[in-house]
Design a binder for this molecule. Structure first.
Ligand SMILES: Nc1ncnc2c1ncn2[C@@H]1O[C@H](COP(=O)(O)OP(=O)(O)OP(=O)(O)O)[C@@H](O)[C@H]1O
Ligand code: SF4
Ligand SMILES: [Mg+2]
Length: 388
């Protein structure tokens, strides 16, 4: 029996053409009903890259554990922000979900279909429903191709529409992302960084995807342009009921776009929580440290804040620390007198107070701590809740 279940709705694999204008009738914008099955469900995802040695006889001597046990869900129409320092495995997670890599283990279920086992035609059909926006709009657009060629390429790859229909569709997409449809025959170097990222967004939208993995889509842009692209992505989400995995390395970027935030450290998720809750009550020592670098727009509160500087380098994913991967840099562990449990046992995500999930044996001690109060600017605290 095939792994694939019925591919429903827009972007149907059986449809040889795309809808003329946009993705057709959609529910009103906003989050999916709580009872609805997630559009994307990731469980214990692992992506290890083998390390080999020897020139003639290659020997497998280890693995770079870029992603090592990642789990989360995203409901249709919602955004999950995936945040963490450089090298923690964010892009690899996105790429493994889109099956640009074959995962080492775990499960990626997209609209009921197990993606990790798909091959050839079934994989191509499903890939059409998920697209990626890349970080660097300078490097990700082929300088030898016209804008028409770049944006229309996914349509050509999937054999969608005639040449004339594709050109019409590209002009329509340029209009949707706020570019002049007459720019079809221009080349990427004729555009600014922000305009290039709009071209990247148009390309991602070409085949009417449902899920978009936006891999640091504004990191390479000037701050003034970042807001424009984020606003565009939000507008498109409402208009086309898109679901986003939004990758960023700093918490200030994802704050306003995300419904949920997953904080990642060295191949694993350490905190998974509703966006607003994270900024009000971070419960993982690493999240607290990340948040301490995000300014608060209240000068009085901001003047009292102190940045938590993590000591030591980020360990290598080829040789991750035992137990809790954060134990070599954890300020809480130092305060607690270096308990052995942090070194001996890797903490899994556990729910504290409803849907707030944290991977720390001692997360209760973060709550109401001086560090938490300092970075949030107000005393929250699990002990003191629960708010209405
Ligand atoms: N193809 C590969 N082969 C071997 N190692 C890889 C490969 N791709 C990524 N890695 C390693 O996996 C780890 C995670 O990389 P990844 O690019 O996913 O991090 P990231 O969180 O996206 O970082 P950044 O914020 O810098 O983009 C890094 O140590 C990286 O060197
Ligand atoms: S389990 Fe221990 S080392 Fe890990 S975050 Fe919690 S206190 Fe720190
Ligand atoms: Mg990356």
């Amino acid at each position: 029996m095939s792994d694939e279940v019925d591919v429903k709705g827009r972007g149907s694999s059986t449809s040889p053409s795309f809808p003329a204008t946009g993705p057709g009738p959609l529910p009103a914008s906003g989050a999916a009903a709580a009872s609805e099955a997630p559009l994307l469900s990731v469980r214990d995802l692992r992506m290890w890259f083998p390390i080999t040695s020897g020139i003639i006889l290659e020997r497998h001597v280890g693995d770079v554990r870029a992603v090592d046990g990642v789990s989360f869900d995203i409901l249709r129409g919602e955004t999950l922000g995936l945040v963490g320092e450089s090298g923690c495995g964010k892009s690899t997670t996105g790429r493994a979900i889109l099956r640009l890599y074959r995962p080492t283990g775990g499960s990626v279920i997209f609209d009921g279909v197990e993606m990790t086992r798909l091959e050839d035609q079934s994989l191509r059909r499903m890939r059409r429903r998920m697209q990626m926006i890349f970080q660097d709009p300078y490097a990700s657009l082929d300088p030898r191709m016209t804008v028409g060629g770049i944006v229309g390429e996914p349509l050509a790859i999937h054999g969608i529409g005639s040449n004339r229909e594709r050109r019409e569709r590209v002009a329509e997409l340029l209009d949707v992302v706020g570019l002049n449809p007459n720019f079809l025959n221009r080349y990427p170097h004729e555009f600014s960084g922000g305009q290039r990222q709009r071209i990247g967004v148009a390309r991602a939208l070409a085949v009417n995807p449902e899920l978009i993995v936006a891999d640091e889509p504004v990191s390479a842009l000037d701050v003034s342009i970042q807001a424009q692209i984020i606003n565009l992505l939000e507008k498109l989400q409402d208009e086309f009921h898109l679901t986003y995995l939004f990758i960023a390395h700093d918490l200030s970027v994802v704050r306003h776009v995300s419904d949920w935030i997953a904080v990642m450290y060295l191949g694993g998720i350490v905190e998974l929580v509703r966006s607003r809750e994270l900024y009000e009550r971070p419960l993982h020592p690493y999240s607290v440290a990340l948040l301490s670098a995000v300014p608060i727009p209240d000068p009085v509160v901001e003047s009292r804040r102190r940045r938590i500087i993590l000591t030591g380098d980020v360990p290598s994913p080829a040789d991750p620390p035992s137990g809790c991967r954060f134990h070599t840099r954890c300020w809480l562990r130092s305060q607690l007198g270096s308990p052995d449990r942090c070194v001996a046992e890797r903490p899994g995500l556990r729910a504290l107070d409803g849907s707030h999930q944290v991977a720390c044996h001692f997360a209760e001690d973060v709550d109401g701590s001086a560090e938490q109060v300092q970075v949030t600017g107000h005393p929250a605290g699990l002990r003191r809740t629960t708010e209405s």
